[in-house]
Design a protein around this ligand. Structure first.
Ligand SMILES: Cc1cc2nc3c(=O)[nH]c(=O)nc-3n(C[C@H](O)[C@H](O)[C@H](O)COP(=O)(O)OP(=O)(O)OC[C@H]3O[C@@H](n4cnc5c(N)ncnc54)[C@H](O)[C@@H]3O)c2cc1C
Length: 503
């Protein structure tokens, strides 16, 4: 089946009943629920882009098995050119959502493409797992499915940290094995896109060793979101049901985050990719390089997001007439730096990309991983800059209804600036508020701080991969030069200040 249209995606959601809870009620149809339907429409628009005749070659490629044109984010890149083509495709999607839907389907697509190429890794102890992985990848590629994912076990306390926190009764675990598959129970966070996805992928980035060799917590599988016993509990929706004028981003790009409860859920054997082996779970990211590919997708999202924040900031200062003031220029320059740094890292990651042992062209590790670390602190600062530039103008943002009220003439007269009509000014600042102040915007900041794990873990990752020896050796070399200079016969030729001639 070729790449899906938006309508086919929506139909897929409607055909698969799933247990989604929002605001104390079970959602009957995610495609029509007021808190979710606009997010569905946004994802549908991404699928429709695949059918834009002007973009066909940029959005799709020919499937190696069916010969159909399938989504380009599914490609297993074998050359730098394919890596760049995939980035062009991901950037189109990211720009369409202003970088505000971090979990658009390409995120999981690139992940499974990397895993499929490295399928033998999953089959080391259970050969059938390698077959399962290859078949599953082909299945989601040929059906153009949307995946959510949930990596972290819910924690009752934080007295022990993250991966060691495998509490009985809370952390997801295998309860029993049956002829049909494994039965799992527990709770996981944080399935962004959960209600809007066809399937959910479940695995752990790292896991503590419980017993020698085998652990009921060591899992990697994927199942349909409608699987019996699977329950998605949504946070409140930040799509407040207002117009695009009032909430330009929240009314379009609500991707929703969920806790997922697994109530004795049966995972068919053919959907099990790893089972019980802690070492294989822990080695997965390094061996398959999947995280380099998801970072590549994240980098495209970051570039799109930087461009939006910068564009908004430039228009804000132009509208307020303070673009030329030194403090504005300093802050705008910071946003320009972030934008160009992000592009440079992405470009470096592609330019220095290398084939791995699986024959996959992988973005260079350091620049692509740095895009994650950088954005954790850069994005909150970018939002702070918007707040500093905007000040009270964020509060001078009457709603669309106010422009239709008896006060409209006053609004039109007094809220206009030298360069903008009142309506344009308000429209712009309502967009800025959706980035820098609203619930939707605040969630974006939280997302950028934490979606790629916590800052401490990210810092430790960077420490682990950075080529430290090179810079340390350069310092020793410098100090050695100093030693040899002291012993050199020429050292007297140029007296040190304390030895200078007197009188
Ligand atoms: C909006 C959003 C969307 C997300 N989407 C997804 C998703 O789609 N799929 C998914 O699987 N996950 C998702 N995540 C979850 C994300 O993976 C986790 O939030 C992340 O792993 C951090 O875990 P935590 O929230 O439990 O934070 P915690 O582990 O509780 O960390 C909280 C703070 O404590 C600090 N800390 C933790 N341990 C220590 C320690 N030992 N010493 C000192 N400080 C410490 C951390 O650095 C951090 O600042 C999402 C998160 C957010 C916020």
């Amino acid at each position: 089946m070729p790449a899906r249209t938006g309508q086919e995606y929506i139909q897929g959601l409607q055909e698969q009943a799933r247990e989604v809870w929002l605001g104390g009620e079970r959602v009957k149809d995610v495609t029509t629920h007021p808190g979710l339907c606009n997010g569905v429409q946004a994802i549908a628009a991404l699928y429709d882009m695949q059918h834009d005749p002007n973009r066909r070659d940029e959005m799709t490629y020919v499937s190696p098995t069916s010969g159909d044109r399938v989504g380009l984010s599914f490609i297993i890149p074998r050359t730098r050119q394919e890596l760049e083509q995939r980035r062009t495709m991901m950037l189109h999607w990211a720009r369409t959502t202003c970088g505000m839907m971090g979990r658009s389907p390409d995120f999981m697509n690139v992940n499974f493409a990397a895993w499929a190429a490295a399928a033998d890794y999953f089959g080391q102890n259970r050969p059938e797992c390698a077959i399962n992985m290859r078949c599953y990848y082909e299945y989601i590629r040929e059906h153009d499915l949307t995946l959510t994912h949930s990596l972290i076990n819910l924690q009752r306390s934080r007295t022990v940290s993250g991966m060691f926190n495998l509490e009985e009764g809370t952390a997801l675990r295998v309860m029993r094995e049956t002829a049909a598959g494994i039965v799992v129970r527990g709770a996981r966070i944080l399935a962004t896109l959960g209600p809007l996805a066809d399937e959910i992928a479940v695995y752990s980035p790292r896991l503590a060793r419980m017993t020698e060799g085998h652990s009921p917590f060591a899992l990697n599988f994927a199942i349909p979101c409608g699987t019996p016993g699977l329950k998605f509990l949504c946070r409140e929706s930040f799509d407040l049901g207002r117009s695009h004028f009032d909430h330009p981003l929240g009314s379009r790009f609500e991707e929703m985050d969920c806790v997922v409860f697994f109530d004795d859920v049966l995972v068919p054997w053919e959907r099990v990719f790893l089972l019980g082996d802690v070492d294989l779970v822990n080695g997965m990211a390094t061996a398959t390089h999947a995280s380099l590919h998801t970072a590549h997708q994240g980098a495209a999202k970051n570039v799109a997001k930087c461009e939006v924040v910068l564009g908004v900031a430039l228009l804000m200062t132009q509208t307020l007439g303070n673009a030329h003031l030194p403090h504005s220029e300093e802050r705008l320059a910071e946003l320009m730096l972030d934008t160009e740094l992000m592009k440079a890292c992405m470009r470096a990651a592609e330019a220095d990309a290398q084939l791995d042992a699986w024959g996959v062209m992988c973005p260079a590790q350091l620049p692509v991983e740095i895009t994650r670390n950088l954005f954790m602190t850069a994005y909150p600062r970018m939002v702070e800059i918007l707040q500093l530039l905007g000040s009270s103008s964020f509060m001078l943002t009457p709603s669309e209804a106010d422009f239709r009220s008896p006060l409209a003439p006053d609004i039109e007269q007094y809220l206009a600036t030298d360069t903008a009509t009142a309506r344009d000014r308000v429209k712009l600042f309502r967009l800025a508020w959706d980035i820098a102040g609203s619930a939707f915007g605040s969630r974006q900041v939280l997302y950028e701080r934490f979606f790629a794990s916590d800052p401490l873990t990210r810092a430790r990752t960077l420490n682990a991969i950075y080529p430290k020896a090179e810079v340390m050796e350069r310092i020793w070399e410098f100090l050695r030069d100093d030693d040899s200079a002291e012993q050199s016969p020429h050292s007297t030729a140029c007296p040190r200040p304390s030895e200078g001639t007197k009188g």
